[in-house]
Design a protein around this ligand. Structure first.
Ligand SMILES: C[S@@+](CC[C@H](N)C(=O)[O-])C[C@H]1O[C@@H](n2cnc3c(N)ncnc32)[C@H](O)[C@@H]1O
Length: 317
């Protein structure tokens, strides 16, 4: 018998509080996953509350659909990319809404499920698509991009100091079709690079795999587009909560919230404001919230989680 897919929701009580979930409210979980956060949100929104869950992974849609079926009409599930949050919400009558959650990245189920190619812990096809039915795979990228483009991608999305050496080695040895082939190649580059592996605690392929996953799934573009439209879906006092797991995502969220929370976005040296910009969001806290030590001890995956929350301060239209 195979074990049921698992994903422990990160910062669960913090999310219910961050979204100020109330009975009768309307919420969107833009990263449904296995429905852990959705289940807590919709439960806290009873009586009368509703939730729309979105995911691009058909496996997540199926499993979360089964897990949340006891809520009947209170839960609506839609398959799609969260960059399309506005049309998806409009289609299902979720506009305006009281709160929207983004719990970014991949789920433990996606990491653990054989054949998805997210992990170098198993040898399998180099895929990494969250939606296994569309778009380029990681193998397509490593086998088709030129060396300069590969180096830039591994540097930008992986913050990997050996990016150029890794790109050169990929181009010299491709085609590469499996996670093990890529992980071994990166390990070899790290071993021979000046300074060797040093005192690193992570596997040398971690950053290259992260970079490819971000590129395959367009992760930064997705969150940048989605935040703009998510703000437009909020009713008065509605909130957006975002859990991110690496600095690139967190930077995109922080920049968006800071811009929207400022009354003036003129260049700092300009003596008189000419921008007419007015703050539309209020950051609930300027600092990120991190999981408690207890949670990290229980669920090591929560280790790098950072939560940011903002509230709509525009009056009703
Ligand atoms: C960290 S998991 C969410 C786990 C969920 N909060 C739970 O409690 O089970 C992230 C989920 O978001 C989905 N996802 C990530 N980026 C997405 C995007 N741009 N559009 C739609 N779904 C996305 C992934 O497929 C994955 O299932």
């Amino acid at each position: 018998m195979t074990a049921a897919p698992q994903h422990e929701p990160v910062m669960l009580p913090e999310i219910v509080e961050a979204l100020a979930v109330r009975p009768g409210g309307r919420y969107v979980d833009a990263t449904l996953g296995l429905g852990g956060h959705s289940s807590a949100i919709v439960a806290a929104a009873q009586p009368g509350g509703r939730l729309l869950g979105i995911d691009r992974d058909p496996n997540a849609i199926r499993i979360a659909g089964e897990r949340l079926s006891s809520y009947g009409d209170a839960v609506v599930i839609a398959r799609g990319e969260f960059a399309d949050i506005a049309p998806i919400c409009d289609e299902h009558g979720f506009h305006p809404v009281d709160g929207i959650l983004f719990d970014l990245g991949v789920s433990s189920m996606q990491l653990d499920m054989p054949g998805r190619g997210f992990s170098f812990m198993r040898d399998e096809p180099l895929d990494m698509r969250m939606d296994p039915e569309g778009g380029m795979t990681a193998a397509d990228i490593v086998n088709s991009y030129d060396e300069a483009r590969l180096a830039a991608l591994i540097w930008e999305y992986g913050e990997e100091r050996n990016s150029r050496r890794i790109a050169r080695a990929i181009v010299a040895r491709r085609p590469l079709h499996t996670t093990a082939a890529l992980a071994n190649l990166v390990e070899g580059v790290a071993r021979h690079a000046p300074g060797g592996r040093g005192a690193e605690r992570i596997h040398p392929a971690t950053r290259t795999f992260q970079a490819l996953r971000i590129a395959v799934n367009g992760e930064i573009e997705q969150i940048e587009r989605a935040l703009v439209d998510a703000e437009g879906l909020l009713g008065p006092g509605g909130r957006i909560a975002v859990i991110s797991f690496h600095s690139l995502e967190d930077r995109a969220v922080k920049t968006f919230f800071r811009d929207r929370a400022r009354d003036c976005i003129c260049p700092p040296r300009q003596p008189v404001c000419t921008c007419d910009h007015r703050a539309t969001l209020r950051e609930i806290s300027r600092k990120v919230t991190r999981p408690t030590d207890d949670e990290v001890a229980r669920n090591p995956r929560a280790r790098s989680a950072r939560l940011r929350v903002a509230e709509n301060i525009k009056a009703a239209a």
